[in-house]
Ligand binder design. Structure first.
Ligand SMILES: Nc1ncnc2c1ncn2[C@@H]1O[C@H](COP(=O)(O)OP(=O)(O)OP(=O)(O)O)[C@@H](O)[C@H]1O
Ligand SMILES: [Mg+2]
Length: 279
């Protein structure tokens, strides 16, 4: 890069610059998660090549795409679990190592520590962080009061139902008050009734905390129901087919999820999905 001819502005000079003639009220700057130049290949199979995306923080983002297109690989990389071959991921300009994140795994049976009671599983991340006992209790109690959890938290995980175990996993993920929560198909091993219940719970959590959520789902209804934006991915090498704004009111109750706007959004996403799959 050649040197610029424009003289740098020194501190103090900014204040003397003339004010713009029309001073429009500025919209607050939207913090973003930005991915640039992302590359990932497994042997010869290129999953991502020069992949880029901008997503707003403090929103609920769902990721939907064909089987094997790299949804899990993507959230594993942007959450820092899996190294990238190349690229950069920033959260409002900060590296992942400078961002508080949590992850909810699909396989809740293996995610909780079986030798710890549910309540001790929830305390665990705070212990690892070195939070003093009193502070741990304060934070866990605050969390439990917010979410009206109706589970015997003195029970060991194996005595709890799948939905209850996944609720404990979500509480454990939330106790550190993450800035971003990653969820890879968290409800896919649950039965229908429990899945409906868990979607409602997650929605309540989001409405209360506005924690940035990045959810991978293979269920388009779920992806739309929970999200502000649905990221539709293509087949490999994977690109963004479209980011669909889900402009539906919260909460996403039965009226919303069976309404005309929901159906129109679903039709649109399905159209795009089939266009990509048939290519
Ligand atoms: N550790 C690995 N070693 C080799 N190949 C891998 C590995 N992890 C993923 N892949 C391959 O990378 C591609 C993307 O995998 P990924 O699991 O991210 O897809 P996905 O979209 O989450 O799939 P699904 O819809 O089945 O959950 C697939 O072709 C997969 O076989
Ligand atoms: Mg996956």
């Amino acid at each position: 890069m050649g040197r610029s001819n424009i003289a740098p502005i020194r501190a103090g000079e900014v204040a003397t610059m003339p004010a713009p003639e029309l001073s429009m009220p500025k919209a607050p700057r939207q913090p973003l998660m930005t991915v640039r130049g992302l590359r990932k290949a497994f042997d010869d199979a290129v999953v991502y090549d020069d992949f880029a995306i901008d997503l707003p923080l403090k929103h609920f983002i769902s990721v939907f795409g064909p089987n094997g297109c790299g949804k899990s690989t993507l959230i594993n990389m942007v959450s820092g679990l899996l190294p990238m071959d190349a690229g950069e991921v920033l959260y409002d300009g900060q590296l992942i190592s400078e961002t508080r994140v949590s992850y909810v795994f699909q396989n809740y049976r293996e995610a909780l520590f079986p030798w710890l009671r549910a309540i001790d599983n929830i305390h665990y991340p705070l212990k690892v962080m070195g939070a003093p006992r009193k502070e741990r209790h304060r934070r866990v109690e605050k969390l439990l009061a917010e979410f009206e959890v109706r589970i015997d938290l003195n029970a060991y995980p194996y005595t709890l139902s799948g939905g209850q175990q996944q609720t404990v996993s979500i509480l454990r993920a939330l106790v550190t008050e993450p800035e971003v929560l990653f969820l890879d198909e968290p409800f896919s091993a649950l039965d229908y009734e429990m899945t409906m219940f868990m979607r409602e719970q997650l929605q309540k959590i989001f409405m209360k905390t506005r924690t940035t959520m990045l959810l991978v789902s293979h269920d388009l209804d779920e992806a739309i129901e929970l999200a502000d934006k649905v990221v539709l991915l293509t087949r490999r090498p994977t690109r963004v087919a479209e980011i669909v704004d889900i402009d539906l009111p919260w909460p996403r109750n039965l009226e919303v999820t069976t309404g005309e706007s929901f159906m129109a959004l679903k039709r649109h996403c399905l159209d795009r999905f089939w266009q990509e799959v048939k290519k």
